[in-house]
Write a protein that binds this ligand. Sequence first.
Ligand code: NDP
Ligand SMILES: N[C@@H](CC=O)C(=O)O
Length: 327
Amino acid sequence: MTVIKVALLGFGTVGEGLYESINSHQQQLQALLGAEVHIAGVLIQDSEKQRRLAEDVLVTTNFNDILNIPDLQVVFEAIVGEDPSYEYLSKAIERGCDIITANKVMFAKHGEELLRKAREYNVSIGYEATVAGGVPVIRTIAQLLQVNRVEKIQAILNGTSNFILTEMRKNELPFETVLKSAQDLGYAEADPSNDVEGFDAFYKLMILSNLLFGKQPDWHEVKVEGISEISNHQIQSAHQKNERYKHIAEIKKDGDQIIASVGPALTNEDHPLYNIEGVDNAIVIKASLAGTIAIQGPGAGSYPTASAMIEDFAHIFQNKKAAYALT
Ligand SMILES: NC(=O)C1=CN([C@@H]2O[C@H](COP(=O)(O)OP(=O)(O)OC[C@H]3O[C@@H](n4cnc5c(N)ncnc54)[C@H](OP(=O)(O)O)[C@@H]3O)[C@@H](O)[C@H]2O)C=CC1
Ligand SMILES: N[C@@H](CC=O)C(=O)O
């Protein structure tokens, strides 16, 4: 059987989930693609950590070892921050690999350049996992709304913040206790400041902005606020009035101007995001023909994020299969 050789950059919450998911869904992948998916290499940072990996997987701290894997076709990236991720993915594209990333900090800034480079080298990029974890928002917008004009998006884009606000309200737990649970569950980043100060949702919104409008607003003009200043007292007072704090990211186009904001808001039962609870994310899309569409699902965590990356992978290879069939 044909083999598709892939490598993983990062073996943390997402990377390990992806490794397990590719192995546990090998049969489905083979049936779909007519090929075996072989994880040939894994890039990590700390060579002292114990890893649950098959013996034939090359485990390395040197990215060049990954690039030198013969016949490597796909690089999955789940490391943290802008650098060296951007550099690694640029090199992988130059090497002719398709890339699939979960790294929204990097993609918000360098996504357009990578997409341009990918077109130049005739490879594909999957970035579904950069926005809203397991919720297929990128593909919904890119493929299901090709003729509609998206007029506005209102969304919950950070699983950690929604989880914290939900637990603080329902179980009256302190912020720090719930944040610790969010980290233990793999929702919050190792450095959770982007999660609780609103920047994680901001990066995701900027990725959506590129997709929707082909550009981003000036980052300095977007008001970004997190949830770290909301007290238990405020949450409980609102609760008594049947109101809930939600961390909401909004974007719309007004003429040529893109207007975006990220921050907490009090919602009541009539608000479309009022019932989005726990780690779930939701995206409410106002489209010119379809009207209002909402999608909801797990916005963070190992398997939901791995799911988004595997679906990207399947999509890329199904497109290749279709292209071969036509030639
Ligand atoms: N957790 C989630 O729910 C989601 C996360 N994401 C994004 O996915 C990415 C990974 O997140 P997550 O798995 O949670 O993070 P973790 O901190 O759990 O894992 C990060 C992994 O990347 C490796 N790593 C970090 N820096 C480098 C480097 N410079 N070179 C090589 N390896 C490196 C680490 O190596 P080592 O193991 O040696 O320390 C670790 O294996 C991030 O960009 C995150 O924003 C996206 C959607 C959801
Ligand atoms: N830390 C992020 C993970 C997914 O992007 C979140 O909580 O949403």
